[in-house]
Design a binder for this molecule. Structure first.
Ligand code: NAP
Length: 331
């Protein structure tokens, strides 16, 4: 592979471990071949899955190869194009993804079919954070077959994936019960959802938010439009794990209308769906989501922006697991 004379910064790690293994390296910048483009990164989102891979928790499914780069999401400006690229040119502003764990860097080289044009009303930060969470939320909504007028429960409703699930579900005309801590209730309400605090007693609080249990309302479940478990929940999307699939089952939601993007053990146990980024991660879906942002029908809340050099601090914040929306790195 031919490279440019200059070198540029990229996030790397050379062994599994905590945030301390992350560092910034100066690496050669490749000249893109054939159908590839070289993008100067303006913003790159970070995701919990990357932390899990770096810590070695995913070694069996998705091992790291050292030295490893990091990151899938990015937005930036095309700096060079391969000689077979005809849909993009130098200077185009794009949103994209890489499957090479390489977006947290000053430059990333990707297939031209992994990028879309950045619509004018999508900020760099929202664009750079969109791919993983957006396409995952999109796939989860599709997996549970959500329809207008139905009631959906979302765990982690203010997080990266959850905040998009809430909005896509509302756009479909569904009722959304969003599980989140108090500090995020205002955001959920403002986006048309019904916030419910998680923790002890959550199942009853969800039932109450959905319109009362059959016993509380004094009628039979069927007569009140409730399911066999006495709740009026049609679908459940779990973005947090730790027991939410069990709660969904206890609420009487049919297994084919439950999707978890994280608790694969529970998914196997209860035969529920586990569709996420692998199912939704396409440029066409990315374009659909970017278009919604452009039209003001989808917002990616940006929790905080860090310089690329401060990648450790960024993951330290993310790993607390209370991010509202997205944390973004800018080179
Ligand atoms: N399968 C896939 O394709 C796929 C794709 C993307 C992500 N994922 C996985 O999905 C999960 C979510 O990703 P993300 O990017 O949305 O993460 P995130 O942004 O870090 O989500 C944080 C959210 O979790 C919530 N939370 C913390 N403790 C909770 C609890 N006890 N009960 C309910 N919610 C709680 C927080 O809510 P409060 O701040 O309100 O407490 C916060 O909004 C991660 O585990 C990630 O690895 C899977």
């Amino acid at each position: 592979m031919e490279t440019l004379k200059k070198k540029a910064r990229a996030v790397k790690f050379d062994k599994y471990g905590g945030i301390d293994v992350l560092h910034i390296d100066e690496v050669p910048v490749p000249i893109p071949e054939e159908d590839k483009v070289l993008v100067r990164v303006k913003a790159a989102g970070i995701n919990p899955g990357e932390a899990a891979i770096r810590q070695g928790y995913m070694d069996k499914q998705w091992p790291a190869h050292f030295p490893s780069g990091q990151g899938s999401d990015f937005a930036g400006v095309i700096e060079r194009v391969g000689d077979k690229v005809d849909k993009f040119k130098v200077g185009d502003e794009v949103i994209g993804f890489t499957d090479d764990r390489a977006s947290q860097a000053e430059y990333v080289t990707v297939d031209a079919n992994h990028i879309i044009r950045r619509p004018s009303h999508v900020s760099w930060e929202q664009a750079g954070a969109l791919f993983v969470v957006g396409t995952t939320a999109y796939a989860a909504i599709r997996a549970v077959g959500l329809k207008k007028g139905e009631t959906l429960v979302v765990s982690g409703a203010a997080g990266g994936v959850g905040s998009i699930v809430v909005q896509l579900a509302r756009n479909l005309g569904a009722r959304v019960i969003g599980l989140a801590s108090k500090s995020n209730h205002e955001w959920i309400t403002r986006h048309g959802g019904i916030p419910v605090t998680y923790g002890e007693g959550i199942t009853e609080r969800i039932k109450a938010a959905a319109g009362g249990t059959s016993s509380a309302a004094g009628g039979t479940a069927a007569a009140l439009g409730a399911n066999a478990a006495g709740s009026r929940i049609d679908a459940f999307i779990d973005t947090y794990g730790h027991g939410y699939v069990d709660i969904a089952v206890a609420l009487g939601v049919k297994p084919e209308r439950i999707d978890t993007i994280i608790d694969f053990e529970a998914a196997h146990k209860h035969h529920v769906k586990m569709e996420g980024n692998a199912e939704g991660g396409k440029a066409s879906v990315l374009a659909e989501l970017a278009n919604l942002i452009d039209k003001g029908r989808l917002e990616i809340p940006i929790a905080r922006i860090y310089n690329l050099n401060d990648v450790r601090d960024a993951y330290q914040e993310l790993e607390k697991r209370h991010t509202h929306g997205k944390i973004v790195l800018v080179p």
